[in-house]
Design a protein around this ligand. Sequence first.
Ligand code: NDP
Length: 521
Amino acid sequence: MNNKVEMRNTGDATMAGTTTPDLEIPYESCLIEGIPDPCMIVIVGASGDLTARKIIPALFNLFLNDGLPDPFLVVGCARTKMSNQEFRDKMKNALLTAGILDDQKWQDFSKSLYYQAIDYVESPSFKALAGSLRKLDIKNGTGGNRIFYLAIPPSLYKSTAHMLGEVGLSVEDENGNGWVRIVVEKPFGRDLDSAIDLDRSLHEHFREHQIFRIDHYLAKETVQNILMFRFANAIFEPIWNRRYIDHVSITAAETLGVEHRAGYYEQAGVLRDMFQNHMMQLLALTAMDPPSVFEADRVRDEKVKVYRTMRPFPTDDLQGYLVLGQYGAGTIDGKKVPAYRDEPGINPDSLTPTFARMKVFLDNWRWQGVPFYLTSGKRLAKKITEIIIQFKEVPHSMFREILGEHITANRLIMGIYPDEKISLTFQTKNPGARVCLRSVTMDFHYHQNYNGPILDAYEKVLLDCMLGDHMLFWRQDGVELCWSFLTPILKECETCGDRAKLLLPYKSGTSGPEVAKNMMK
Ligand code: NDP
């Protein structure tokens, strides 16, 4: 295995250094953590987009990598009437579209797919479902282990969880023979009150250990790597604080517009769509203290501590801490794209923000006074997700006489997309008799020493759910703390008289409203 760390001059010249791994673990042993118990996954809303684009491709890939238990069943449910065969054909098409159809493997996988039409508000319909699941369990030996995946619009979460409970489908076998889990997709509410209300409804029939609040973002390899990088190396933690770090910038930028999700996005906007979940998770992973053990609740405890320290937003000085924008027409990758308000299904007078930059402070010893800039937006110049740790400049420059006062400070970038990498920029001497500095960057590319298959985010969360591991799922206290932070901001933005003034236009294909740049100066 050739483990190269590439060093490149920021001016693009390249150098190469070599590392030797202490321990080489064959990738096969890292791919799958363990084979779950035989079980069935009941997808409620199986006629929809998420099932076809994410859930079924993820399950099929797990099947290809021997990551599914045997026996394993998928039972699709929705109002649309379909036979088992029609459901199988639809899912086969979905795999074809995803470009991962393997005809031979499909023959085996498809045998585990079933479908039953249901009405989400009719109790007899759920009773019939319960009967069918029982029969499938007995016939296939899935042992009563069931995951109910709510792949339906959020407005149906509460009633569906209630229906499942009412017909006894939430009940676990007291002797441990037959577990029941429920997976809830984001968004978990649209503000603090609705999040509390949803949680109360889920707990009417399900207990906390049965509830899996999914945020697939957390399962991306490079997002998980943040914790490994920070806490499996001794050299970074001592400088990971206000003494050495000037600011932190967390960006999740997209080139895509609202696509086919106009109805959802008009109601959500960038703050609900990206900040309440993904951005808050990246913030927590970057800022949290090390947990005593790498275990679901200890990790989630530390994240929650970060959320508790978020300084409440000064809603009377919103513009000093928040820039909101909405994309206008422009050009991306050489193609003309329309303004948000001209997209199909969007209100032509819409005041929904598609861009936000937020300055957040954490009131604790480690981070006092260090701004965290969180940025996310649609139709920006490039699709990129990264965390930049900007270190402080040297306290005193002994090169002042020769080079002037300013020496570029160190910078660490944790790239999540498209470059899955870690880069550290530092100063070196330029070869030659004159004293000249140059910035060089040392890069580690995540896939550099690994050519094996990797689990995509949905594969990982589905597998974890089957294994009963909550590590990568939201806990309700975290959800509520994030909503407590965001709800006053949303209220102020959505109800203040100057609402239109708060929303700055930006051209598609740029880096957002010009004003946003000033915030980081
Ligand atoms: P869809 O809009 O495709 O809806 C899924 C299914 O729900 C539909 O096929 C339909 O099935 C049923 N449905 C839709 N609208 C209604 C309605 N008004 N009343 C009753 N039933 C309805 O949703 P997605 O599959 O896109 O998403 C499912 C969940 O996952 C949502 O909560 C979404 O927020 C979340 N999510 C989706 C992502 C995605 O990429 N799609 C990404 C992240 C989260 P039928 O008519 O047959 O009953």
